[in-house]
Design a protein around this ligand. Structure first.
Ligand SMILES: *Cc1c(COP(=O)(O)O)cnc(C)c1O
Length: 222
């Protein structure tokens, strides 16, 4: 009807895992539902999927507050940029935050953890292509960001990247894995509709797949 079926994506993920000598169960599929119409999201829920990625705090709250009343076991991941003034809301709403890329955010998150006593899974976003317009910490500045997390008592789960659109993603996935290994981090959030199999080959633990599941987004990519 719209994108590929969830079953098809899972089959491709399992095949990619097998080729890489990995357990398929070690890789989480985040269905990226940003700006998708509700009927498509409901179809994926009805198919039994429960883990979703959203780009914006407000949009996620608007969509998922009512849906979560029906599906309390839904797990939401924030994969888009986080503004410092939305940290508290994001920390209450999301199971994981994939876009930590600056010291100020680390401080705000640490404050929120102090206040609430709970912390989502945290990923630092790395701008592996060093693209000026893109979010993420550069590979050079990652050490300092990780130090800052440790200094504030936060434990990072892993790293996330969005490779440059017009480049072969494989070297970016490899770089992210190397950076994670160097810092003893186990989570690797990488791979989207066009390249999730390559990401799995490079060690991805969380793939973020939108249009391949839901179909093309009606509103432009952001
Ligand atoms: C939109 C988005 C995705 C999903 O992209 P598709 O190409 O539709 O699979 C994955 N990750 C991030 C950070 C996104 O913003």
């Amino acid at each position: 009807v719209f994108g590929m079926s969830l079953g098809e994506i899972r089959t491709r993920m399992a095949a990619a895992a097998e080729r890489a000598g990995r357990e398929a169960s070690s890789i989480q599929l985040l269905a990226v539902s940003k700006v998708q119409p509700e009927d498509r999201v409901r179809a994926v829920l009805a198919a039994g999927h429960r883990v979703f990625g959203e780009n914006r705090v407000q949009e996620a709250e608007d969509r998922w507050t009512p849906l979560r009343a029906e599906y309390p076991d839904v797990e939401l991941h924030l994969i888009g940029p986080l503004q410092s003034n939305k940290v508290r809301r994001a920390m209450e709403f999301f199971h994981a935050i994939h876009s930590i890329d600056r010291e100020r955010l680390v401080r705000r998150i640490a404050d929120a953890v102090q206040a609430s006593g709970r912390c989502p899974l945290l990923f630092a976003q790395v701008n592996t292509g060093r693209e000026p317009q893109k979010a993420g910490v550069t590979p050079e500045n990652l050490d300092a960001l990780i130090e800052s997390c440790r200094g504030h008592g936060l434990s990072l789960h892993g790293l996330m990247c969005i490779p440059p659109a017009e480049e072969d993603p494989a070297p970016h996935f490899t770089l992210l894995r190397e950076l994670a290994e160097r810092h003893g981090l186990t989570g690797l959030s990488m791979g989207m509709s066009g390249d999730f199999e390559q990401a799995i080959a490079a060690g991805a633990t969380h793939v973020r797949v939108g249009s391949a599941i839901f179909g093309e987004r009606q509103t432009p990519q952001r």
